[in-house]
Design a protein around this ligand. Structure first.
Ligand SMILES: Cc1cc2nc3c(=O)[nH]c(=O)nc-3n(C[C@H](O)[C@H](O)[C@H](O)COP(=O)(O)OP(=O)(O)OC[C@H]3O[C@@H](n4cnc5c(N)ncnc54)[C@H](O)[C@@H]3O)c2cc1C
Length: 550
């Protein structure tokens, strides 16, 4: 785990004497003896420890074996502090911390830490930057409490890998086909190859093909939802629009709960590089953007529950009740619908059979690694397809970009078209459509036909990325909100006769139910872009304040 010194130094900055003095008002002094454990892997109850004298060891504990193995990641001396992103959300610790010698410390609890982040910009920045860098380090070095044993031929393995990485949860992945040590690990935990994917949680619990919700539960990714509480605002969906609403709502003092059925980031989270979002001239991956927004929302105190799906909205009277897929019910005086959209599927009879084992709807590092040095097909003429083709061309032997229309000029940004034209690893195939998918278990062959060709062609290609437009996630809203002909949510002046109040007109992003707003891709007539989704999420909070004041 050798890292350049300056990287380690930025992860463990030293606070000055003046900064240490400022922190005294927020913490409790604590004296510890050599060898004393400050917190264990999996603990949630501690705060951060600031070292006033002496030193602490930050220790990685391997979860690959029941008899745990230690390695010291860092010795923290005077001016250093412990902690990473898990402290903001109350998630479990991924490391152990032990006093190296008799030490004098200051312990700052979670509530006071949040106060510092919100009121002291200098210290807030030092803490947040260190926490973020430490989480990046833990993910990159798979330090933590998760071991996933799976196969690249299993759709559930891909689902779990994507779920953990999109939630920024470090994990070690062992592939039964590629890793020679796998049998020894399986024997240690008494599992069979036929049980995979298997998720080993904190070196103890063995979950056989768990759902995302079970994985989230095991790793403590969610703080409990208080069913007795009436929130000021519930946001459904943690894509760019929902995260923006959460950041603005929480930073303006609202009591905010976000419900997300998968992981923060939404569609943007499946993008390898967003280059047209303001302020990121060299581009940013959707996952990075979502990770930062997630931390920002938690910094201001928003509560975010992942792997929980809104099943129905009861909107007869305020406070409105949201029913979740596990039967839980939560109430709020205002709701922001930010449930976005999902990819349209091709009308091929055996499509579902190959989803996750050859067919993918996102192109991130996780999927790209599966295509190393192989040919791949990307279907779609929009920016998301163009980005995927460019990104995959750095991993795959060759990328075939299939579009139904005559070219890309009507549907894709000029900068992407130029790059695709200049990339020898990409072949654009206009007026071409997929006719059939073949394979025994995994996808093995793709048959396509172009308008110019006399006959169809079959290619031994095992990876197909579908990026063919999206339909809105609104089935959970049926019977409650007015939708347009394509099932997008109607808002503002579009509502016409669907608006129920005589006393006032609907606000800009308000739906047919007063106090319920819709933002981003789920909204009828919205511009399907990250910037507009973020803008709408932020704006809606302004109207929420007005409704709450009525
Ligand atoms: C691969 C790709 C690349 C892209 N590249 C760009 C780009 O470069 N620039 C750009 O401007 N735009 C880009 N876009 C478009 C952009 O990502 C979307 O416009 C944006 O993500 C919309 O944000 P949103 O929050 O409205 O919805 P979404 O991103 O769709 O997020 C909705 C969220 O709601 C959750 N959800 C859905 N239903 C429920 C439910 N019932 N309960 C709980 N949660 C639910 C979903 O899991 C999801 O996380 C790209 C899109 C894709 C797919």
């Amino acid at each position: 785990m050798a890292e350049p010194q300056d990287q380690l130094d930025s992860m463990f900055p030293l606070l000055s004497d003046a900064q240490l003095a400022r922190l005294h008002a927020f913490g409790e002094p604590r004296q510890v003896q050599a060898g004393e454990i400050l917190f264990e892997l999996g603990d949630t109850s501690h705060g951060i420890f600031v070292v006033l004298s002496g030193s602490l060891e930050i220790i990685a504990v391997s979860s690959n074996a029941p008899g745990s193995e230690e390695s010291v990641l860092r010795v923290a001396s005077r001016g250093s502090f412990t902690g990473e992103i898990n402290l903001l959300s109350g998630r479990r610790s991924l490391v152990r911390c032990r006093a190296r010698e008799a030490s004098s410390l200051l312990e700052i609890g979670r509530a006071n830490l949040q106060r510092i982040l919100q009121t002291d910009p200098t210290l807030g920045e030092i803490f947040l930057r260190a926490f973020l860098l430490r989480r990046v380090y833990l993910v990159a070095h798979s330090v933590g409490d998760a071991l996933l044993i799976g196969s690249s031929h299993s759709a559930d393995t891909l689902r779990l890998r994507a779920f953990l990485s999109r939630n920024g949860h470090p994990h070690t992945y062992v592939d039964v086909e590629r890793d020679p040590d796998v049998q020894a690990i399986l024997d240690q935990f008494d599992v069979r190859v036929t049980d995979i994917p298997v998720l080993i949680c904190r070196g103890q619990l063995v979950l056989r093909n768990p759902s995302n919700a079970e994985a989230a539960e095991c790793f403590g990714l969610n703080a409990g939802i208080d069913e007795g509480e009436v929130y000021d605002l519930i946001v459904v969906g943690a894509g760019p629009s929902g995260l923006a609403a959460a950041v603005y709502g929480a930073s303006e003092g609202l009591n905010v709960l976000v419900i997300e059925s998968n992981a923060p980031g939404g569609q943007a989270g499946s993008s390898s590089r967003i280059e047209n979002y303001l302020g990121f001239p060299t581009g940013i991956s959707g996952q990075d953007l979502a990770g930062r927004a997630f931390v920002q929302a938690e910094k201001f105190g928003a509560q975010i529950a992942v792997a929980r799906t809104a099943r129905a909205l009861k909107c007869v009277k305020s406070p409105y009740t949201l029913e979740l897929d596990d039967g839980a019910k939560v109430q709020a005086r205002s709701i922001i619908v930010a449930s976005g959209a999902q990819y349209r599927k091709l009308p091929l009879p055996n499509l579902a059979q190959f989803e996750g084992v050859g067919i993918y709807y996102g192109a991130t590092q996780v999927e790209a690694q599966l295509c190393d040095d192989e040919e791949v097909v990307v279907v779609g003429g929009g920016n998301s397809a163009g980005q995927a083709a460019m990104f995959l061309s750095t991993y795959a032997k060759h990328v075939h970009l299939l579009v139904r229309g005559p070219g890309l000029s009507q549907t894709m940004s000029r900068y992407l078209i130029s790059r695709i034209e200049a990339c020898p690893e990409i072949t654009l195939r206009p007026r071409t459509e997929i006719e059939a998918l073949e394979g025994n278990g995994d996808l093995e062959r793709i048959r396509w036909r172009s308008a110019e060709a006399a006959a169809s062609e079959t290619h031994p290609i095992r990876h197909l990325f579908l990026m063919t437009g999206a339909c809105p996630n609104t089935t959970w809203l049926q019977g409650c909100l007015a939708l347009d002909g394509k099932q997008f949510v109607k808002t503002g002046v579009e509502l016409g006769e669907d608006w129920p109040l005589d006393g006032r007109a609907p606000y800009l992003l308000e739906t047919s139910v007063p106090g319920v707003f819709a933002v981003g891709d789920v909204r009828a007539g919205s511009v399907k872009r990250v910037a507009s989704a973020v803008g709408e999420g932020s704006m809606a909070v302004q109207f929420v304040h007005q409704v709450l004041a009525e």
